[in-house]
Design a protein around this ligand. Structure first.
Ligand code: TXA
Ligand code: MG
Length: 335
């Protein structure tokens, strides 16, 4: 069924309508600068339960809470200097921080953890809605659990349209990859839990310490020490296989019409094979990130059985891109 009528242009009337839905404990698809989110009142368990139900997300996987500014967030957390420094440098923007929570944040939001993930987003549509509400918004990426994150309103309508009343259209997401997550529960030992648009080097520079990154190893069945690091995630219907960055592809790869080949840039041998795609004209990492999920979603709606995707250079934003690609290609033990 076509749910494109659920996509609402960000007019004054539609913004007011969506704010009203959120006040009434409904959930709404909303644009952020990273990916589209599925937003609901973070302080209200009815809304929070709807978020989990609509996504089909297990309750052990906690949600990020979005605030209009640091002061609004500080009313619900135990703050520290590192939080303030990173907020000053990167908020509003694509950085999420894990900090001890206060009792006002429902345990359901944090999967029972004493810490909460907080973020002040930059997208003007999301900010306008936050400014009209007197509560923060819990918002995971607006995809069915385990699937690729949406970077356009139409992606949300396509996958979740039958289960929600509205998606506000804010255009294509600038970054196209989920926010960087840094664990600041111990501000002396910050740990990156998820690579994203704010790089490890940028965080090091602000905090003046060597920030470590979580190994990525995780136990997919027990409650998570660092939840959300499930090995298999961001996975399209089609099987994903990976090519090393710069791995020399030949035109042979294009012989099987059931395989779509996704390169960083146009391969030198490309002539007119219809199943060869590329993410960037110049090879710039931010352009690759911006286009990645959108191209995967587009190809996944076609008949390809397999997507063969070239990894990015493993530096800066390339770490985040390759992290998502490895999870998209991962197999569950049962598979
Ligand atoms: O860019 C983004 O972060 C988007 C937009 C909508 O803001 N949101 C997003 O949410 O990617 P989600 O739920 O898809 O991913 C959030 C990740 C999850 O993997 C979750 O397990 C982790 O954050 N997380 C949330 N709260 C946590 C906590 N208290 N401790 C550790 N990890 C947490
Ligand atoms: Mg997600």
């Amino acid at each position: 069924m076509d749910h494109s009528s659920k996509v609402l242009e960000a007019t004054a009337a539609n913004l007011a309508h969506c704010a009203e839905l959120l006040r009434g404990d409904e959930v709404v698809g909303m644009p952020t600068e990273t990916v589209y989110g599925l937003a609901g009142n973070a302080l209200n368990e009815v809304s929070v339960r709807k978020i989990f139900a609509v996504k089909g997300r297990p309750l052990l996987d906690p949600l990020i809470v979005h605030f209009s500014d640091l002061a609004a967030a500080e009313a619900h957390i135990e703050t520290n200097d590192s939080v303030r420094q990173l907020a000053a440098a990167f908020w509003p923007g694509p950085l999420t921080m894990i900090v001890p929570k206060q009792a006002s944040i429902p345990d359901l939001v944090t999967a029972g953890l004493p810490s909460v993930a907080i973020r002040v987003p930059q997208h003007p549509v999301f900010r306008t809605i936050l400014e009209r509400l007197d509560f923060p918004l819990a918002a995971p990426s607006a995809n069915p659990f385990g699937y690729v994150s949406p970077t356009r309103a139409s992606h949300v309508a396509h996958t979740l349209g039958s289960r929600i009343q509205a998606v506000l259209d804010g255009g294509a997401c600038d970054f196209g990859l989920e926010s960087t997550i840094v664990d600041l529960r111990n501000p002396q030992v910050p740990v990156i839990l998820r690579h994203g648009p704010i790089t490890q080097a940028q965080i090091n520079q602000i905090l003046q310490v060597e920030v470590t990154a979580h190994s990525g190893a995780s136990n997919d069945t027990a409650p998570q020490s660092a939840p959300g690091l499930l090995t298999k995630h961001y996975s399209p219907r089609a099987r994903v296989t990976l090519l090393a960055h710069g791995e020399t592809l030949t035109a042979d790869a294009a012989l099987d019409p059931g395989i779509a080949v996704v390169c960083n840039q146009q391969p030198t041998w490309h002539t007119d094979q219809p199943n060869i795609f590329w993410l960037s004209e110049t090879g710039e990492l931010n352009e690759i990130a911006h286009n990645l999920f959108e191209l995967i979603q587009r190809l996944d709606q076609q008949d390809y059985q397999q997507l063969c995707i070239e990894q990015a250079a493993e530096e800066g934003l390339g770490q985040a891109i390759n992290d998502r690609l490895r999870r998209a290609a991962a197999k569950l033990k049962a598979e």
